[in-house]
Design a protein around this ligand. Structure first.
Ligand SMILES: CC/C=C\C/C=C\C/C=C\C/C=C\CCC(=O)SCCNC(=O)CCNC(=O)[C@H](O)C(C)(C)COP(=O)(O)OP(=O)(O)OC[C@H]1O[C@@H](n2cnc3c(N)ncnc32)[C@H](O)[C@@H]1OP(=O)(O)O
Ligand SMILES: Cc1cc2nc3c(=O)[nH]c(=O)nc-3n(C[C@H](O)[C@H](O)[C@H](O)COP(=O)(O)OP(=O)(O)OC[C@H]3O[C@@H](n4cnc5c(N)ncnc54)[C@H](O)[C@@H]3O)c2cc1C
Length: 572
């Protein structure tokens, strides 16, 4: 990032996971011994959890850490080919230490996954240490700046005090001391929370480039005989880009909320109050999946809306996509994260609400829904009147859609059980519904946070344009998921038609402010690194200059002419 901010780099894992994991899981003595040199880059670390055979299924990880009381050491070992650590960023050639997640064995018993600090390269020569086989996993879809690596441990010995022991402990005689909560060793909540903000940034960059370019690009004929219009005047171009713009603002507010929530709850956890950890886990897992899936798709919409030049690396959009898309996989594969939110939080909360429990936090609406189910249904049974102007009523609509889909998933599990399936099979045969429920829950959270944020805006003009964006975000989501709302009896076909009409009006309303709204992200040209997204709009001259700099243009006649073309001609 010294060359260009935001590009992935080999130190990302050191900064983004190695240091935070020490902060969360090291004892004061370990902080002294490891954090200080790591802060000064004497120690450079990575977070080695995933193995060739397992990434999602943590309980299936095979690397072992066996305590040897006779020498007061742990023996770290990769017992199978599938147990080789695979993927950790900066592992291949950069790191000299790794936080290795391994199954802890002591006194003949396995106590599950724990974190161990393992030196892997000599601090001076950087040569791999005895018993350590380490290297790069080879070229990837992107992330070419990062040496994602493999690590094979052959009975490597580390001191007892290299196990991160803030929560769980192993005594010198090998006695295992349980952590106050088994969930504390999972980690990853910090990065998942931060990734929500990364989704917002990726969206802001992409729509800034696409909307600015759409304001300078003139193409085709809108009215015969008139000059070619800005492509931003085409309704289809607005329909592609303005919902992305709205989502960029929505996710910016959600990213701030996620950061604040992480900070608040991790403070409680450090003070010994673990009660909010389930909400933090569910929220960070769900919102990480929801926002990265949405942003991933939206970056491609922005690229394709720029035509051929969008496919050029000069636009920066291919690089934004290639660098962003692994967020749907790493830090918890998105489907699995959505299932976590549904199975470990939403269905559990639904069942608590169904027996009258008053729920708090982001699922409090499930208590309202449970109470609603006990009240007699209105005879009409039809959808409530729909306002395409009133944001609070739209928040309520999203809330009811989420409640309906959580209930549908919970009932599916019940029906599968009644068919005689086992618990595990019943859950697996309901997992499509579970993912839909999580998606709807997260969508409600995003819409609600967007509308809540408007209450904090004092400037009338800013509040008006943000309200238009919030309306567009909510109505576009309603249109895109109209099946859910129709199925839940929350929308009628005439209402869906009105929603589409209102969306068109909002696109027109936003057109005059579109460029100002992306300028407001205040992403300078260096950060955007995009010829199409230049603040001065001077695209064509800089596109030509950018092409002229291409290495292929270093010579007028490329050597390939003499090496291949000319000899080929002579043989024909
Ligand atoms: C500023 C930084 C921003 C970015 C730029 C900088 C740097 C970038 C840095 C990093 C990004 C680059 C690389 C990515 C690094 C990685 O990918 S690290 C590896 C990531 N891997 C995963 O996330 C693994 C995913 N799998 C899992 O988490 C688990 O396998 C599972 C949760 C899916 C299932 O595990 P199980 O043990 O089976 O658990 P369970 O039975 O489902 O649940 C048991 C109870 O535990 C609770 N729980 C589960 N996970 C957590 C958690 N993380 N935190 C808290 N609680 C958790 C769960 O809710 C259950 O609770 P109950 O009360 O219901 O029992
Ligand atoms: C660029 C990049 C950087 C990475 N950096 C690191 C790092 O620094 N440190 C580290 O430890 N790891 C890292 N990883 C690994 C990453 O965390 C894993 O790839 C991720 O956790 C997914 O696990 P997996 O690859 O085993 O996929 P799998 O879990 O095998 O997923 C494959 C498919 O199976 C499905 N699936 C799996 N389990 C279930 C289930 N229970 N229910 C339903 N469907 C399921 C998934 O939805 C997915 O469609 C990185 C990965 C990438 C791409």
């Amino acid at each position: 990032s010294c060359v260009h901010p935001d590009r992935p780099e080999p130190l990302d894992l050191h900064l983004g996971m190695f240091l935070p994991t020490l902060l969360n899981q090291a004892t004061p003595e370990q902080m002294e011994r490891f954090f200080t040199p790591a802060w000064n880059l004497r120690i450079i670390g990575t977070y080695a959890q995933t193995e060739m055979g397992h990434g999602t299924h943590l309980r299936g990880l095979e690397t072992t850490a066996t305590f040897d009381p006779s020498t007061q050491e742990f023996v770290l070992h990769s017992p199978t080919i599938s147990s080789i650590k695979w993927w950790p960023g900066g592992l291949g050639k950069t790191s000299n230490h790794a936080i290795v997640l391994a199954q802890l064995h002591t006194q003949g018993r396995c106590h599950g996954l724990h974190a161990f600090i393992v030196p892997i390269r000599d601090m001076d020569t950087h040569v791999p240490l005895p018993g350590v086989v380490v290297g790069d996993i080879g070229p990837k879809f992107g992330f070419s700046e990062v040496d994602n690596g493999f690590l094979k441990l052959e009975h490597v010995r580390i001191p007892l005090d290299n196990m991160l022991m803030k929560f769980a402990k192993v005594e010198p005689d090998g006695t295992y001391v349980k952590p106050p909560s088994a969930k504390l060793t999972y980690g990853m909540v910090f990065i998942r929370s931060m990734i929500v903000g990364q989704s917002a940034l990726a969206l802001a960059k992409s729509c800034t480039i696409a909307i600015r370019y759409s304001a300078v690009r003139h193409q085709s004929e809108l009215r015969p005989g008139e000059p070619e219009p800005q492509i931003l005047n085409y309704q289809t171009q607005q329909h592609k880009l303005f919902p992305v713009l709205a989502a960029a603002y929505a996710f910016t507010f959600v990213g701030q909320y996620m950061k604040d929530t992480y900070r608040r709850i991790s403070g409680d956890i450090h003070a010994g109050d673990y009660s909010q950890l389930p909400e933090l886990h569910a929220l960070s897992a769900g919102l990480k999946a929801f926002t990265t899936w949405a942003a991933n798709a939206a970056i491609e919409v922005c690229r394709m809306s720029c035509g051929g030049h969008g496919y050029s690396r000069s636009s920066a959009l291919p690089d934004i996509y290639v660098e962003f898309t692994p967020t749907c996989t790493y830090e918890g594969e998105n489907t699995v994260m959505m299932l976590q939110t549904a199975s470990r939080y939403l269905v559990k909360s639904y069942r608590q609400a169904s027996v009258g429990q008053r729920l708090q936090g982001s699922v409090s609406y499930l208590s309202e829904a449970a109470a609603q189910r006990l009240r007699p249904r209105p005879v009409s049974g039809g959808a409530a009147p729909l306002s395409t102007q009133d944001l609070l009523s739209l928040v309520h609509l999203y809330q009811r859609r989420a409640a309906s889909l959580v209930e549908l998933a919970a009932k599916s599990i019940q029906q599968e059980l009644q068919r005689g399936r086992s618990q595990e099979e019943a859950w697996n045969h309901s997992s499509i519904d579970l993912v839909r429920a999580s998606d709807a829950h997260c969508h409600f959270v995003v819409v609600k946070l967007f509308v809540d944020k408007l209450e904090q805006v004092d400037d009338a003009a800013v509040k008006a344009v943000l309200s238009t964006l919030a309306l567009l975000y909510a109505l576009k989501g309603l249109a895109d998921n109209s099946g859910d709302f129709l199925q839940a009896g929350l929308l009628t076909v005439p209402q869906a038609t009105r929603v589409s009409a209102r969306i068109k009006e909002l696109l027109e309303e936003l057109r005059p402010d579109a460029v100002a709204l992306v300028d407001a992200f205040d992403l300078n040209d260096r950060k955007l690194n995009s010829v199409l997204g230049r603040y001065d709009g001077n695209v064509y001259e800089h596109l030509y200059e950018w092409a002229r700099q291409s290495p292929l243009n270093a010579t007028e006649v490329h050597e390939s002419f003499h090496k291949y073309l000319k000899p080929l001609r002579s043989r024909l």
